[in-house]
Design a protein around this ligand. Sequence first.
Ligand code: FAD
Length: 443
Amino acid sequence: MSIAEATQTVAHDPEGRNISISCDGQLVNEERATKSAEFVWTTIEEAFEYSNQHGDSIPPERSLFDFIQEKLEKTNFSDEDKRLCLDSCKLWGAYVGDPIERQSLKFFRLEECIDGNNYFVASTYQRILQHVAKTALAQADIRFKQPVIKIETPPKDEQEPSRHQVTVTTASGEIHTFDQLVITCPLGWLKRNTESFNPQLPARFLQAINNISFGRLEKIFVKFPNAFWHSESESTQTTQANNAQSTNPVFAQFLEPTYTSHPKDIQWNQECLSLANLPSPCAQPILLFYTYGPCGTNIVNQIADLDENSSEYKQILTDILKPFYSKLPGYDPSSPSCKPSSVLATRWQLDPYAGNGSYCNFQVGLVAGDKDIEVLRSGDGIGAERGIWFAGEHTAPFVALGTTTGAYWSGERAAAQVCERVGLRSVGVGSSRDDSLPSAGRK
Ligand SMILES: Cc1cc2nc3c(=O)[nH]c(=O)nc-3n(C[C@H](O)[C@H](O)[C@H](O)COP(=O)(O)OP(=O)(O)OC[C@H]3O[C@@H](n4cnc5c(N)ncnc54)[C@H](O)[C@@H]3O)c2cc1C
């Protein structure tokens, strides 16, 4: 937030009307939707508390979904309302990138985030990125488009045992030698490239890479000529005290649909955020869909080799999402406002440099997730031994794992580790970002 403020980045809390579309494609009655959302979020808060207090004794196979189901059984909700809650809680998948049934309850506490508002970076990360990159761009020798394929540490020089040399080989065959090396490749990249290290990474470090999962979250942006889902004009909206008073939907959840066909055995629930509600000049008539898990994989594979400008690409994504956006209020099949003008999807799962996925998550079966993260952060001793350090969201303080804030803090921590190692006065950052930060929020 402080960088956002310093760079006049627009950070917006997308509060406002949330709507829910039922499994048969109808708008869920607002009162029922609110009751179900309240149950889901209250139970998620309880699950954080339960995971914090009973983490040691919770069986690794128990999921967040199990916890919610059990809590639901203790309510006096009607069967219909129970079904609605179970369908609604699936939205957790879009927070972590995999289905809620896979979310470890034992390590659910690692998903807790910094308390406070849940901001959307409305004007994009562009200025934040410029700000954090400023020193490096001014003072470092940066080589773009040079993927590293090998990281080697030759045996120590007997004459000079305190001196480390790390050799890095790029895909084009260039070899660079360094005293200290900070590796910020995503966890997903590490998972697939452990053989790039010579000598091998320590066994416990390899275990940690293997144990922590890498999520599958993707975004699809669908742009329309106008925000047809807005019933109030922009001028009416800006005169409102805030968006919370507006009847324009900000967020829509589409529960597991029976009204459209989809691949067998894949959950096909969707959700989208309206970017038409962002403050001016960031507002655009765009619906931002989040897809995750097997559904996200299926969609990405359908467009794997297609050109973003091709009509086939647009057609496939439109065919997938039309059954959903066509259920929004204001949709009229004959209106040009309701036909997408452009569509764009991320394909992180196909990008080896994004680690073929999104960010780390904690799935059922995990036995010592907190220890695994500590090992990823510490490098299990290879910093001191080989001059190799690790940074990136998967090495962040618990409260910021999987976030841009965490990635930033992890860089500060790695920098402090290097400074300390080479005998420079520690710059005093990183060490303050420990795991004792207050945490009660959510991603
Ligand atoms: C769909 C989606 C939504 C998200 N939403 C949010 C959100 O709302 N809030 C939030 O805080 N975070 C969010 N995140 C997470 C956030 O984007 C990540 O936590 C953050 O970008 C991680 O930063 P990083 O530096 O660890 O890794 P990355 O940003 O992945 O950077 C790794 C870099 O390493 C480079 N690289 C990889 N392999 C090599 C190699 N072999 N040689 C050289 N370079 C290499 C890559 O090109 C890349 O530039 C989201 C992520 C996704 C995918």
